[in-house]
Design a protein around this ligand. Structure first.
Ligand SMILES: [Zn+2]
Length: 81
């Protein structure tokens, strides 16, 4: 298994399918079931170059979404700190 690349993190990457967040036309878009390697300690995520290319290809002509999800914003006051 690959050791986490974040300095000081003792974690290792584990292959899993993730919900990958990207921005399309200024709006957040989620791509489900993206194969990735995720650090089990800090959550750092790695994508294969093949996966990145596949996502780019998908977003070139995404078609209608499978479904939509609720999006929430943090309250303004939490941004001041
Ligand atoms: Zn880590």
């Amino acid at each position: 298994m690959k050791h986490c690349s974040i300095h000081g993190c003792p974690g290792e990457y584990v292959k899993q399918a993730i919900n990958h967040l990207v921005t399309l036309g200024g709006k957040p878009v989620i791509i489900e079931n993206v194969p990735a390697e995720v650090c089990q300690v800090c959550g750092d995520t790695l994508l294969d170059i093949e996966t990145v290319v596949a996502i780019d290809t998908l977003l070139t002509n995404p078609g209608p979404p499978l479904h939509s999800v609720p999006v929430y914003a943090m309250p303004e006051k939490t941004m001041a700190a």
